[in-house]
Design a protein around this ligand. Structure first.
Ligand code: SAM
Length: 279
């Protein structure tokens, strides 16, 4: 019988947040797969747990995925952790999960901290409907497309960001969403210097002109209001074809422009495609 892959959440800063069940599963596991072995070794040493570690990250996930599947097929129990928080959220864990499903291997989770959810509940913004957006791409065109695709989303938006990219991200977000959108910047969650700044996007840009970003950030952004959506549709007076041509002129490829146009207008993509190719 094959073993089980345990997706174990670990603390995002405060070691006191480790769960009793997580420690139990660590103790029972045959091997722990982690993004950075040095970091996970520190965590295990702190709890006096001694287990073999193996790295599983973006750059070795293909070979290591096959290796871990072979261990699981031999009946070994594997724990997967990320550097912090819940594995498979903005890390390659999602690929290992898909591989296990493909290979008929049992998977279970040991829940715990997730930076995105803690930032959301502390933000003061609506929590009933939200969209997790992860990291923005470093590629300019992809960033622009990503932000344009959620500009009219009325749900609260959650992004991850590293401190050295925060200023440019805030500036791009302000251009895409306008400076009046509310934002909560959740920094160093569960750590000594935890801080939640609640302001508008315009104020956040000014704040970080004076203050250096420090630590890890989750950005929680108010969704578009229906009124803003009505007022700010730049394509209102354009035909579908003109709308797509404008997006292409701004740097999108044809396929993405058709998709974006369909999202903007809340129309089926096939209809937009047909109109564009008929006109
Ligand atoms: N798997 C993790 C989780 O469950 O949240 C996220 C991993 S992702 C690679 C790392 C990002 O999560 C950081 O760049 C930051 O945006 C966010 N993050 C992680 N720990 C955080 C903390 N203590 N405070 C604020 N943001 C944090």
């Amino acid at each position: 019988m094959s073993g089980t892959l345990y997706l174990c959440a670990t603390p995002i800063g405060n070691l006191g947040d480790i769960s009793a069940r997580c420690l139990e599963i660590f103790n029972e596991a045959d091997i722990v797969a982690c993004e950075d072995t040095r970091r996970t070794l520190q965590l295990l040493n702190h709890f006096e747990i001694h287990k073999p570690l193996t790295s599983y990250h973006e750059h070795n996930k293909k070979e290591k995925g096959s290796y871990l599947i072979s261990l699981l097929n031999e009946g070994k129990n594997v724990v997967l952790v990320s550097d912090a928080g819940t594995p498979a959220i903005s890390d390659p864990g999602e690929d290992l999960v898909a591989l296990c499903i493909e290979n008929g291997i049992n998977i279970t989770s040991v829940p715990g901290p997730v930076a995105a959810i803690n930032a959301l509940i502390l933000s003061g913004l609506p929590t009933s409907r939200f969209s997790f957006e992860g990291f923005l791409s470093v590629n300019n065109r992809h960033r622009h497309e990503h932000l344009a695709s959620v500009k009219n989303d009325t749900r609260t938006l959650i992004f991850y960001e590293a401190p050295h990219k925060l200023k440019s991200t805030l500036s791009d977000m302000t251009k895409a969403f306008g400076e009046n959108r509310r934002i909560a910047l959740a920094r160093e969650l569960t750590k000594l210097h935890e801080e939640i700044l609640r302001m508008t996007l315009g104020e956040a840009v000014s704040y970080y002109e004076e203050n250096s970003p420090r630590g890890e950030y989750v950005l929680v952004i108010e969704g578009a209001s229906e009124a803003v959506q009505e007022e700010e549709s730049w394509w209102d007076n354009l035909s579908v074809t003109e709308h797509i041509d404008k997006l292409i002129e701004n740097g999108m490829d044809k396929k993405s422009a058709i998709k974006q146009c369909a999202t903007d207008r809340n129309m089926p993509k096939r209809d937009v495609y047909n109109i564009y190719h008929q006109e």
